[in-house]
Design a protein around this ligand. Structure first.
Ligand code: ZN
Length: 81
């Protein structure tokens, strides 16, 4: 059975595990497969990396809620397009 394709929303939920290296290999390859074809999620991952560099912390709380809300709004806009 082919692994199901990750949605942008799922990727956002997995991003901290990914950066911690905590994702199982299967999920990790799905994550990277999604990144390959999704500029929005590449940008999100880059934003996360910068946040971690700036704060020295890896946590969901380190992401500004506004940034997260803006990203999810963007995903909804894509789905309407
Ligand atoms: Zn995406």
């Amino acid at each position: 059975m082919e692994p199901e394709e990750l949605s942008c929303r799922e990727l956002v939920e997995l991003v901290t595990d990914y950066l911690e290296g905590a994702l199982p290999p299967e999920d990790r390859s799905r994550f990277e497969a999604h990144l390959d074809g999704c500029d929005g999620c590449q940008g999100y991952l880059e934003q996360m990396r910068q946040t971690i560099r700036a704060t020295g912390m890896l946590s969901e709380e380190a992401i500004a809620p506004e940034a997260r809300a803006a990203l999810l709004a963007l995903f909804r806009a894509w789905k309407r397009a």
